[in-house]
Design a protein around this ligand. Sequence first.
Ligand SMILES: Cc1ncc(COP(=O)(O)O)c(C=O)c1O
Length: 390
Amino acid sequence: MICLASPKRPWARVRQANALFQDRHSRLPMTPKSISKIDMENGGGRHQFASDNTAAICPEALAALQSANIDWAPSYGDDRWTARVRELVRDIFETDCEAYLVFNGTAANALALAQLCQSFHSVICHEHAHIQTDECGAPEFFTKGAKLLLVGAAAGKIDIDEAATIIARQPEVHAHKPRVVSITQATEFGAVYTQDEIAAVSKFARGHEMFVHMDGARFANAVAALNCAPKAITWEAGVDVLCFGGTKNGVAAGELVIFFKKELAREFDYRQKQAGQLASKMRFLAAPWIALLTDDVWLRNAQHSNRAARKLAQRLQTEAKIEIVFPMEANAVFLRMSEQRVRDLHARGWHFYKFIEPDIYRIMCSWSVSEQEIEDLVADASCVGRGSSV
Ligand SMILES: Cc1ncc(COP(=O)(O)O)c(C=O)c1O
C-alpha cells in the first residue's frame, strides 16, 4: 500500500489511500446479508468461505480449554487463567494496560464506546462500520443515546476531511458532542490502516478532544499484514481502546477490551457485569486466549488466513477470470460475479454473502482453510456460468 502527503496534513494520506480504492465503491448500497442467506437456502453445506466465524476452534485453543476443565477455580475472572491473559496482553502490547474479556465483538464495541461516551456524545465512524450496520443499535443502547456520525470513503477507512466537515456542522450544544473516532482494523472491506494513517486519525481526534476506539475484530490479520509490533498500530499511534477479536482468530468466544490508558477503564468491571458480559466461569474464555497469545498462535492463524485469501484471490482471478474489486490486504476477498455464476456456486453448496449491490460478493478465509478447499472452490468457480454481470 500506498501513498504520500504533506506532513502538515497527515490525514491526506488516508484520503489518498481511499482514493486508490476505486472511488465508485465509496457510496454503494450494501446488501442486507439475509438476502444472500435466502439465495442459499437450497445449497449444500460448504461454509468454509462464508465468514471466518464459520471455522472451528483452533487446536491450541481447544487443548487449552480442555486443560482448564479441571477441579474448581475462582469465578468471575479472579482465576489464574484470566490473570495470565492480562499478563500476556501487557507483554504483547509492551505496555501497562487493562484488559477485560467479554463474550463477543458487539458487546466489546458497545461497552468500550459506552465507557468513553456520555449519552449526549457522538461517535464518528465509517458508514459501513460494523458498529453502524451490524450491531442492532448496541452502541446507541449501551451509551444510552450517543449518536453515530457517519463518514464515507472507500475501503472502509475514515475520510478525515469529511469527519472534520461533519464535526464543524454540529451546532454546539444543540447537537451531540463529538467524543470518539471509531476505526475498524482490518476494515469491513478487507483493507488495513497503516501506522501513519492511524496516527493521522489520532492526531485529528486529539485536535478535537476526542478518543480513538479501534474495532479490532480482525486486528490479528492487520498485524500479520503489516508485519509490525501490535503497539505500533495501537497505543503508540494514539489508539485509546482496542477491541481485540478472538472469535475470528480461533477461539469459540471471547473478545478482549483493552484500555491503553488505565484511567479510562475506571469501573468498567461494573459496566461489564451490568451488561451481562462478566462470565462467571471466566477461565473457559481465558484459557483458549492464553493459547492464542502463547508462541504467536494468534499471529500464525492470521498469517495463514491472509495467505489463503491472497492465494484464493489470485487463482480466482487468473483461472476463473473473476474480477477482484478491492486490493487484498487481510483475509477478505471481494469479487464481482454474474448472477448465473453465483447461482451455480450456490447450487454446488458454496455459501458466501453478497456485500455490495448489484454484484459484489465477499469471500472470507479463516485460520483453518486448507489447500484442498481453495482448490475445490477455484475448480468450481472456473467451470460454472460465466455470464455477464446483471
Ligand atoms: C468488523 C467487525 N466488528 C465486530 C464484529 C463482532 O461481532 P460479533 O458480535 O458477531 O462477535 C464483527 C463480526 O463479524 C466484525 O466483522
